[in-house]
Design a protein around this ligand. Structure first.
Ligand code: NAP
Length: 243
């Protein structure tokens, strides 16, 4: 597995950071992208990797990032998140725009930019972190669930379009994972964020990273198409057992 390069977006925290650690431990040369360069640089130093500023919502930033990467075997489209929990009647267009930009268009831009290098590698792999929100809907979640549905549709289309090219396509659909995700969703309200994970044991970023690493380290003829992973006590985006 050595001499292979893995690019991870949103590697400054949460699932992306844990994925960078897991892939580096498997021998990948890791290239980290996100906006908080100070955090990225520290992580890159720990992992003997490389950090570059990346804002997936800005086409110029994506182009500059891609241009600095000489080769790419694995692309982990992880940058993303949610904003707000408004019902459709009260939908906030600013929140919607942010969620569609980062999750959907961000994934589109990164994939388009790195696809030539993934194909050129002779053994490429696109791994996209969507969510169970890519197949569930829940009250107040329409901005996020619609963006994750669209991100998933984009990702699954690639599975068919790239048949015959040496590129694997894996979608990771996690349920509740305890990261900064909810604090970011609720604009820094940590009390509201903590309530999301109360009464059950959520997944950790490392749980998800181990699965991403597993998918990335299968032999190159093995394509894990879709992996759904949830805490034992979660059934769906709106139903969980809590004590
Ligand atoms: P997180 O801790 O909030 O991390 C989000 C990451 O995305 C950060 O590294 C952030 O870095 C990066 N990011 C945000 N906007 C960006 C932009 N414009 N350009 C580049 N990077 C950007 O959340 P997480 O839980 O690890 O989320 C990672 C992915 O998992 C997301 O796609 C999320 O939708 C998905 N997911 C999360 C859960 C969950 O329960 N936590 C469940 C299912 C799916 P900077 O701020 O430094 O740019």
């Amino acid at each position: 597995m050595t001499n292979r390069t893995a690019v991870i977006t949103g590697a400054s925290a949460g699932i992306g950071e844990a994925t960078a650690r897991a892939l580096a431990a498997s021998g990948f040369h890791v290239v980290l992208g996100a906006r908080r360069l100070d955090r990225l640089e520290q992580l890159a130093a720990d992992l003997s990797g490389i950090a570059h500023f990346l804002d997936v919502t800005d086409p110029a930033s994506v182009a500059e990032f891609a241009q600095r990467i000489p080769e790419c075997h694995v692309l982990v489209n992880n940058a993303g998140g949610a904003r707000g929990l408004e019902r459709v009647a009260d939908a906030d267009e600013g929140h919607w725009r942010w969620m569609w930009e980062v999750n959907v268009l961000g994934t589109l831009r990164m994939t388009k930019a790195l696809l030539p290098k993934l194909i050129e590698s002779g053994d490429g792999h696109v791994i996209t972190v969507t969510s169970i929100a890519a197949h569930d809907v829940y009250d107040g979640g329409s901005g996020y669930t619609s963006a994750k549905h669209a991100q998933s549709a984009l990702h699954r289309t690639l599975r068919s379009e790239l048949l015959g090219d040496p590129v694997r396509i894996t979608e990771i659909m996690p349920g509740l994972v305890e990261t900064d995700f909810s604090a970011n969703r609720f604009d820094g309200d940590t009390e509201r964020a903590a309530a999301v994970y109360q009464g059950l044991t959520p997944l950790t970023a490392q749980d998800v990273a181990e699965v991403i690493n597993f998918a990335a380290t299968r032999p190159s003829h093995v394509n894990l198409d879709t992996i759904v992973m949830k805490p034992r006590d979660q059934y769906s985006g709106s139903r969980a057992h809590r004590v």
